[in-house]
Design a protein around this ligand. Structure first.
Ligand code: DX5
Ligand code: ZN
Length: 238
């Protein structure tokens, strides 16, 4: 899928819930993907960890390549790895339509963001809770998506850090058209404030995979985010 086609799919369904394939049952990926497809998920968030940039390991291109055979849903790869440029082509070949890497993992984000776009994929830049928005500001023109971490990357099931809200508001001000994603501790209580602050995409692990009904969880989260988003536009149009 081309970059523009992916952006169109993502933008057509905002606010969008992106299930995080970190808290799923890895013993039965086929079934998990099938359940998410039936649950009306529109995108899958793939958390890639290298045990170096973050203190945990997950999966890489080999697993993603097999996942690619199971669904046509766009893949939003979140690379929590050192030296992401070294592995970019592997993730693109494996079938990732969007690739997000961390600003803390590279000396200069610009060239890698441009490489992702040149490969006709959606270019994303992530920032950790301790990284100020000013660090990503110079690269916004090269980004399709910015991912604000609301927990320290590495593990699912952590508590949402509300410092993410100020960052979302600032990024929304700086770039009204940018896709803004928030990742970590998103659930029924935190999705509304995140949406009101400006997020479009909500990465969700525990609040989906710990429930028995993924469809219901996704629908309820999306409804809460949509309400907060509607309030946001009412406020800005006044
Ligand atoms: C954390 C990952 C997240 C995480 C989300 O490093 O980037 O995508 O799995 O899981 P929850 O929703 O449980 O915080
Ligand atoms: Zn993630």
């Amino acid at each position: 899928m081309s970059r523009l086609a992916t952006l169109e799919i993502l933008s057509a369904h905002l606010p969008l819930i992106a299930p995080s394939m970190l808290k799923c049952d890895f013993g039965n990926l086929y079934r998990e993907v099938e359940l998410l497809d039936c649950a009306d998920a529109r995108v899958l968030h793939l958390d890639v960890m290298d045990g170096h940039f973050v203190p945990n390991l997950s999966y890489g291109p080999v697993v993603i390549e097999r996942l690619r055979e199971l669904t046509t849903l766009p893949f939003d790869a979140h690379l929590m790895i050192s030296d992401p440029g070294r592995y970019l082509d592997d993730f693109l070949r494996a079938g990732c339509e969007a690739v997000t890497f961390h600003i803390e993992a590279v000396p200069d984000a610009g060239p890698l963001l441009r490489r992702i776009r040149e490969a006709d994929a959606v270019a994303g830049l992530a920032l950790n809770p301790g990284t100020p928005v000013e660090r990503v500001e110079p690269f916004l023109a090269d980004c399709d998506l910015v991912l604000v971490m609301s927990v320290e990357p590495g593990f699912g099931g952590q508590k949402f850090q509300s410092t993410a809200l100020g960052k979302l508001r600032r990024l929304r001000e700086l770039s009204p058209s940018l896709l803004l994603s928030v990742d970590g501790g998103i659930g029924p209580e935190t999705i509304g404030p995140s949406s009101a602050a400006g997020a479009d995409l909500f990465v969700v692990g525990s609040a989906i995979f710990k429930t028995d009904d993924y469809g219901q969880a996704i629908a309820q989260l999306a409804a809460t985010a949509a309400d907060a988003r509607a309030d946001r536009s009412t406020l800005t149009s006044r």
